[in-house]
Ligand binder design. Sequence first.
Ligand SMILES: *Cc1c(COP(=O)(O)O)cnc(C)c1O
Length: 464
Amino acid sequence: MTSGIIRESLEQGESYLDGLRESRVSGSPTPEEIRSHLGARYPFTEPVGAKRLVSDVGAMLERWAVHTVHPRYFGYFNPTPLPEAIAADVLAACYNPQLAVWSHGPAAVEIEQHVLRWMAGRLGLPEGRTAAHFTSGGSEANLTATIAALTAKLPGYGVSGVSGQNDEPVVYHSAAAHDSFTKICHMTGIGRRALHVVPVDGSLRLDVGALRERIVADRGDGCRPVMVVATAGTTAAGVIDPLDEVAAVCREHDLWFHIDAAWGGAALLSPVLRRHFAGIEAADSITCDAHKWLSVTMGAGMFFSRHPRILEEAFRVTTDYMPDPDAGSVDPFTTSAQWSRRFIGLRLFMALAALGESGYAEMIDHQAEMGRYMRRRLTEEGWIHRSETPLPVCCVSHPAIDGAPDAVDRVLRDVLERGRVWISKVELGEYQALRACVTSRLTREDDVDVLVEELNDAVAGLGT
Ligand SMILES: *Cc1c(COP(=O)(O)O)cnc(C)c1O
């Protein structure tokens, strides 16, 4: 029999989620405080009983964390997970299928492929001819895109790496793109200087004219342009790059066109928001996280590409110990970066099955609506928007802050210390701004009102 620890854990987790709205969004512990608790309670010399263990772990997670699942967490793209996704996590952990090869987890592999085919269709990629897999997150998906692009565009890359190249491979993204590509350039061996950062225009979108000029200049300079990354929903300001124009540049210059839609991709499920993504169907590959706006638990990214053969080339390997592939099936370890891996996709499958596509669209539209409400309320209260986007994120400043040294930091510190809401700050070109994103499906108008109140109070307190 299993011990009661699973049931205890579920009860603990449920009572946390049920009491969420009444609690603070964050605390501010020191490393010493946590380490001394761990040192005193867990020398690992005596077994700790299930009840005590679960309640203490729950207490630690409750006390010493930013509560990213809270409806008044207006921070990065961390959702309040759907209950179906949590349930899927539990089931996946119990059955613990192994997804390296099809033959070990036929149901699991097929469930993932079923939901990925559906999602590929929503992203505008050709059904049946799109390769897709779940990843640990957006960073792994972006890494996969870069490996695929290098494999597709550089003859010999797979065998000799960059040392076999006459020209230095380079990749492009805008100054507002996600910094995972810095690490990716380091990891793939093309080096950090291979990342050519293109300026943004006045709307914080990738400047396509500047991109064209840079590509031509680089060609003349002994570089080999390989890939352009457009972002559909930038991390700081939710801006969508001009996807169709970037697609045209990639066509002209025979470059791999990757779209990083880690957060924003979910908006394609909304009939209202879809139109802002014109051009996405031209992508060679797309990153879209399920653990951001699709509201499943952490550790669920997705990678899509219209070039299955390139993935087979990039990740194929033969071993003398893995089982032979079954006819008509694909072994995930031969087309993706991971080997032994968790059943990541069950969360999106169960959430989607339970809500239906229209339920998902409603959830996303609700958050977009809360974003519009937040934008309106902040404007009414004299806040100045530093960015425009149809997606629910605001980057704002205030006349009482602008130009005052440290004022943004002081407002931020004040808001976080009070702990009623959680926000962050960003730099957008020459401006510092406060950033608030509707990332919880539970956020309501009265939560946004609390945010506005907290911001106003913090600004009013600046002079005191
Ligand atoms: C969050 C994010 C990433 C990184 O994804 P992880 O899931 O955190 O690894 C990449 N690109 C964009 C645009 C993001 O917002």
